[in-house]
Design a protein around this ligand. Structure first.
Ligand SMILES: [Zn+2]
Ligand SMILES: [Zn+2]
Length: 383
């Protein structure tokens, strides 16, 4: 006995193609296994899908209208094949309306992807930062698989279309919500979005097209780099999945503290202790510099505590420039603490010659104090 295909879809025998389509769409939304895991619903979904397959095909519908059953011709019972051609519910709507997503189906993203950047840190002394160096570094990144040259396949085998997603690279799920049914897409778990799989993968890389490898590189570090700066080495990073183009390698500078200099941009600061008499009479001393070896530094006669003496262009080189920062010597005037009798005597004679020189309290508004008190006020208000 022929099945009642019209009854399964709930339409009259004279229903138009549009009405049949609409009726099936409505039922599919209720019964599709993605929405309704109930066993009865799944059985009904197969039946209504079969009914739709028959009634949407003019030739099969003609057989039904003549009292026959176009799906019975294969002989076996339960010969419904209607649902077989459909994948997810999304495909059902795809077939009718060109997709539910406003964005439409995405293209598979492909197996070959660009590689990631990688980051490596290297310690440099201040002197190395000043002159620039070639650093020999050990890098552990993904590199192109030399057995398959990135193809990921074994010998002459070929990738095949992914069975889970049919090559789309994504799978759709439908959830009920108060807005109705919402379809969401996620990357296919089988092919991870590539749309294809490799049934016979490369023996060396397992199909990834790349292998991890440790290698030595010579990283040119330019003069003038500073702590935290990153030097980019193009295409020395990770090779991508499927042998995709390598990312970049960044070498980050970790500058070691120097035992004499404190760096401030391109300037170098140091502190020099100057005996009281040298500060008073003036002196020329020889100091170490970062790039120029021992160099004469002038301490002018009458130098006061906290004053600086600057060696212009004896600091750090500016990056990608021939210019240099300064070396700034902060002069710490040392008052002698242990005087023998002869020295004390000399200083008393000196004091007598400087008659009129007295210890005095300065006005708070004096030029000398304004800087000091401004710093004090700042430190109090900062609490
Ligand atoms: Zn390989
Ligand atoms: Zn897939």
């Amino acid at each position: 006995m022929a099945r009642d295909y019209y009854g399964l879809l709930g339409v009259g025998r004279n229903a138009s193609d549009q009405e049949i389509k609409r009726a099936y769409r409505k039922l599919a939304r209720e019964l599709h296994p993605d929405v309704n895991p109930d066993a009865d619903a799944q059985e009904r979904f197969r039946e209504v899908s079969a009914a739709y397959e028959v009634l949407s095909d003019a030739e099969k519908r003609r057989i039904v209208d003549m009292g026959g059953d176009p799906l019975e011709s294969g002989g076996g019972p339960g010969g419904f094949s209607g649902a077989a051609g459909f994948g997810g519910l999304g495909d059902v709507f795809e077939a009718f309306f060109g997709g539910m997503n406003t964005s439409g189906p995405r293209r598979p993203r492909g197996r070959v992807q660009p590689g990631a950047d990688s980051l490596l840190r290297t310690r440099l002394s201040l002197a190395e930062c000043a002159v620039g160096v070639t650093k020999h570094l050990t890098v552990d990144t993904a590199v192109l698989c030399d057995l398959c040259q990135g193809a990921g396949t074994n010998g002459n085998s070929k990738p095949v279309r992914c069975e889970t997603c049919g090559g789309a690279g994504e799978v759709q799920t439908v959830q009920r919500s108060f807005l109705g049914q919402v379809m969401t897409s996620r990357p296919c778990p089988t092919c991870r979005g590539a749309g294809e799989t490799i049934p016979d993968p490369c023996r060396k890389c397992g199909g990834d097209g790349r292998v991890r490898s440790r290698r030595e590189i010579a990283a040119p570090i330019p003069a003038g780099v500073a702590n935290g700066m990153r030097v980019r080495l193009a295409a020395q990073g990770e090779v991508g999945p499927g042998g995709g183009p390598a990312g970049d390698l960044y070498v980050e500078i970790v500058e070691q503290p120097h035992d004499m200099f404190v760096r401030d941009g391109d300037d170098l600061h140091c502190t020099i202790r100057v005996p009281m008499v040298d500060a008073a009479l003036g002196a020329t001393v020889v100091v170490d510099t970062i790039l120029d070896g021992p160099t004469e530094l002038t301490i002018p006669a009458g130098t006061q505590p906290g004053e600086v003496s600057v060696l212009r262009a004896h600091g750090m080189p500016k990056l990608r420039s021939s210019a240099r920062g300064d070396m700034i010597a902060h002069l710490d005037i040392v008052v002698p603490t242990k005087l023998d009798a002869k020295q004390s005597d000399l200083l008393r004679k000196y004091k007598a010659m400087r008659n009129g020189e007295r210890t005095e309290v300065l006005s708070a508004q004096s030029e000398h104090n304004s800087g000091l008190f401004a710093r004090l006020r700042a430190s109090f208000s900062g609490r």
